[in-house]
Write a protein that binds this ligand. Structure first.
Ligand code: PLP
Length: 463
């Protein structure tokens, strides 16, 4: 088969470290080549040219404890020297038991069993399958629909994509998956006519109940949502009453409430779970990934109540698993990361420094012509980029405003993470999600880099 002609297959280059053509699948075209990572420490990353970058994104909201943590690296080496892999089918392993125990204590009552996987999409799959098996085991086989929010994001695998509210994903992959019903996400900045944030959140909660009734409550298995939004909504936080209403609606109709805390969990919002901000709206299940092992290893998990797991086990066991589920090395690394989070009170720091970050971003918004909104909780914050604050209009898509801001940041040594959801229908934003280890001096440095980046963009656009 002749390889498709692309720079990666061009015999004249680009060339990799050993002088041959680069065969990496995902390598973008030559014009978009990115710097090559060399090493990282704390909030900083260096490329192979020696340039230093401030990691204001934590990778896509992953590196919660910063880079190069010595205690985690030591725990990783210690476990690797003992055993990296042992199949769940043949052995139990201590790191898995210790990790599940620590997470259950941090997550609190009702989330006392952890099914350990390798990432966020796998965690979504596990949660959906466990919920479905639970319904079948309880004699409710008619319940299978999992409602999601539009927009929302729960992963890239087909099961996770089926509950992800993204029209482009549906358009392309719809034929190979079961697209699930969606309800609107309760945005607080861009609002339909005649609504404020409060009334719109009430309307969105009502829409959830309407969809459940339309679909037939006896067919609805679960509702999955990000309690504090990730990339799809730019750190959306709804008014408090929305969470209580959602919980009541789900309980009324026997629908399981799943919080996707892949991005918001593991301390990022200033509590271990973002769910802890709304104790009256406790979810039935939670998914975690990203910060739970903070990029030191691929790790994710689905948390569920003991009663749910016992019911499924009594009915024959959970019909699900991956080769790398609960592998000893990843579990030991996850345990070491969360031990750092606890021992260094990084959750308290996320609360404290997150409040300062928010003040600084609000001050930036007041000064900058292109920042229209600041939203989020703790160290999960986002700023919305607008061409006009009055009308909230975004820049013309061909200008690729957020892409250009990311480039200007890179030039200045600032790493940013951006998103234009549904081709700009909901706006476009930058996530401001530094590691939970952030100090006040580092906050100052990050804000100055951001201010400079946004000012350069404003000058370029004449804003
Ligand atoms: N859920 C949320 C909220 C996410 O932000 C992501 C990833 O960005 C996922 C699920 C999927 O996680 P992963 O990319 O580890 O499969």
């Amino acid at each position: 088969m002749t390889p498709q002609h692309s720079p990666a297959h061009d015999p004249r280059g680009p060339f990799g470290p050993q002088g041959g053509p680069i065969q990496v699948f995902y390598m973008p075209p030559e014009a978009k080549r990115r710097p090559t990572i060399s090493h990282a420490e704390g909030v900083y990353m260096w490329d192979t040219e020696g340039k230093r970058y401030f990691d204001a994104t934590s990778g896509p909201v992953v590196s919660n404890i910063g880079h190069g943590d010595k205690a985690v690296l030591a725990a990783m080496a210690e476990q690797a020297a003992k055993v990296c892999f042992a199949s769940r089918a043949l052995f139990e392993n201590e790191p898995n038991i210790l990790l599940a125990d620590l997470v259950a204590r941090l997550a609190g009552p009702g989330l006392d069993r952890a099914f350990v996987v390798s990432g966020g999409s796998e965690a979504t799959e596990a949660a959906i399958k466990l919920a479905r098996q639970y319904a079948v085991a309880r004699g409710e086989p008619g319940r299978w629909k999992v409602l999601g929010r539009d927009p929302g994001y729960h992963g890239a695998t087909l099961g996770a994509a089926s509950v992800t509210g993204d029209p482009e994903t549906d358009a392309i992959f719809g034929p190979v998956m079961q697209v699930m019903p969606r309800v609107p996400a309760p945005f607080t900045y861009r609002l339909p006519d005649n609504h404020d944030a409060d009334s719109y959140a009430r309307a969105c909660a009502r829409a959830l109940e309407e969809v459940i009734l339309e679909e037939g409550p006896e067919t609805v298995l679960a509702f999955i949502m990000e309690p504090v939004g990730g990339l799809a909504t730019g750190a959306l936080v709804a008014p408090d009453h929305y969470y209580t209403a959602v919980r009541e609606i789900c309980s009324r109709h026997g629908v399981l409430l799943i919080f996707d805390e892949v991005m918001s969990g593991a301390g990022r919002t200033g509590t271990f779970l973002a769910a802890d901000h709304w104790p009256d709206a406790r979810p039935d299940m939670v998914t975690l990934a990203k910060g739970v092992a903070a990029g030191y290893t691929p790790l994710g998990m689905a948390l569920a109540p003991k009663e749910m797991v016992d019911t499924v086990v009594a009915a024959g066991g959970f019909l699900h698993g991956h080769t790398y589920c609960a592998n000893p090395l990843s579990c030991a690394v996850g345990h070491a990361v969360l031990t750092q989070v606890v021992e260094r009170d990084l959750i308290g720091n996320a609360r404290h420094i997150g409040a300062l970050l928010r003040q600084r971003l609000l001050a930036l918004m007041a000064d900058s012509p292109v920042v229209g909104d600041v939203r989020g909780l703790g160290l999960l914050q986002a700023i919305e980029i607008v061409a006009d604050k009055g009308s909230k209009a975004i820049f013309p898509p061909e200008r690729n405003a957020i892409g250009r801001i990311v480039e200007l940041g890179m030039e200045r040594g600032l790493l940013l993470y951006s998103r234009r959801t549904a081709k700009g229908r909901y706006g476009e934003w930058l996530m401001i999600t530094p590691p939970l280890t952030l100090t006040e001096a580092e906050l100052d440095e990050m804000i100055e880099l951001l201010r400079d980046t946004l000012a350069a963009f404003a000058v370029e656009t004449g804003a």
